[in-house]
Design a protein around this ligand. Structure first.
Ligand SMILES: [Zn+2]
Length: 292
C-alpha cells in the first residue's frame, strides 16, 4: 500500500516532514529558509577566503582550511535540501533529477557528520573530551540521518508518482495486441462520463468516514510530472490504492454508486511498467483502451 505521506486535497507532503519554514510562532516562509541557506553558503565562502590567507601566513594550520571547506560543502547541500525537501513545492512538482540531487545532498551531510563524530569519539577515548562535550555532534548526526530518511521517502513517492503517470501514458500509446495486454491489468468504468475536481470532496469525506484516514490522493489534476510527459491530467485524480485491496474495492464501489468514471490499474504484468492505482475521471482524451 502507498499510504505513507500521502495527503489528499492539496500538495503532497510526507506526513512527518519537518517544515522549518512553517514551524513555531515565527512562521518564517520557506522562501526565507532558502534565503537563509543561501546566506550561509555565502558566509562559508567568505570564511574560506579569510582562513586561506591565515593558513598561507602560517597563523592557522591546514586542518582549519579543510574544516572550512567541509562547512561550505555542508551549507551548499543544505541549500539543495531547502529547495527540494523543505520548500513549499509538493512532491508532484519535483523532477526525477531534483529527487536524486536531494537524496545525494542528504547522504553527503550524513557522511561528513559521521566523520566528525568518529573524530570526537577518538578524543573521548583518549580522555581529551568528555562524553557530554561530544554529545551535540552525535545529536546532529542523528538529525541528519532522519533528514536522509525523509529525503529517501520523498524520492520514493516521486518515483511512484512518475510510475503512475508513465502507466497511463503507456496505456494511451498501446495499440492492438499491446492494448489487449493492458486490458488484463486494468478495469475501466465509464459511469456518466463526467467528473469535476469539486466531486472529490464528497469522495474524500465518504472515505474518511469509513476508513478514519485520508484518501491517499497521489496526483490532483495536472501535475509537473504529467506536464513533463505531455499528458493531459486536468480534472483527473490519481489515488494510490491497489484496485483489489479492501480500500480500493470500496472506493470503486463508491465511484460506481456515484456514476463517476474511473480506470483502475492493477499490479504490473511481466514486461510492463504498470504502477497500481485508481485514476478517477475520464480517460485522457487521447487514451483509447479496451473496456471492461
Ligand atoms: Zn491518472
Amino acid at each position: 500500500m502507498l499510504h505513507v505521506g500521502i495527503c489528499a486535497g492539496g500538495a503532497w507532503q510526507p506526513a512527518s516532514l519537518p517544515r522549518p519554514g512553517k514551524s513555531g510562532a515565527g512562521d518564517v516562509s520557506p522562501v526565507t529558509y532558502a534565503t537563509f541557506t543561501d546566506a550561509a553558503v555565502l558566509r562559508a565562502r567568505n570564511e574560506i577566503d579569510r582562513i586561506k590567507l591565515l593558513v598561507h601566513e602560517g597563523a592557522l594550520p591546514q586542518r582549519r582550511l579543510d574544516q572550512a571547506m567541509a562547512a561550505l560543502a555542508d551549507a551548499e547541500d543544505d541549500s539543495v535540501l531547502a529547495r527540494t525537501l523543505y520548500g513549499s513545492t509538493g512532491v508532484e512538482q519535483l523532477s526525477t533529477e531534483d529527487a536524486k540531487l536531494m537524496v545525494d545532498a542528504a547522504q553527503r551531510r550524513v557522511d561528513r557528520q559521521q566523520a566528525v563524530v568518529e573524530g570526537r569519539e577518538e578524543l573521548v577515548r583518549d580522555g581529551i573530551l568528555s562524553k557530554s562535550e561530544a554529545e551535540p555532534q552525535t545529536q546532529e548526526l542523528e538529525m541528519r540521518r532522519r533528514t536522509l530518511d525523509l529525503a529517501k521517502n520523498r524520492s520514493k513517492l516521486q518515483e511512484q508518482l512518475a510510475a503512475m503517470a508513465q502507466t497511463e501514458l503507456e496505456m494511451e500509446r498501446a495499440r492492438g495486441a499491446e492494448a489487449a495486454l493492458f486490458a488484463t491489468v486494468m478495469i475501466r468504468y465509464d459511469g456518466n462520463g463526467a467528473f469535476h475536481l469539486d466531486d472529490l470532496k464528497t469522495i474524500q469525506a465518504e472515505y474518511e468516514k469509513h476508513f478514519r484516514q485520508q484518501l491517499p490522493v497521489s496526483a490532483l489534476g495536472q501535475t509537473f510530472i504529467h506536464q513533463a510527459l505531455g499528458f493531459d491530467h486536468h480534472d483527473r485524480v490519481d489515488v494510490a490504492l491497489t484496485p483489489d485491496q479492501p480500500e480500493g474495492l470500496w472506493l470503486r464501489h463508491l465511484l460506481e454508486r456515484l456514476h463517476i468514471p474511473y480506470i483502475a490499474f492493477r499490479q504490473a504484468v511481466a514486461g510492463s511498467a504498470t504502477a497500481p492505482h485508481i485514476h478517477i475521471g475520464i480517460a485522457s482524451t487521447r487514451l483509447k483502451v479496451a473496456g471492461r
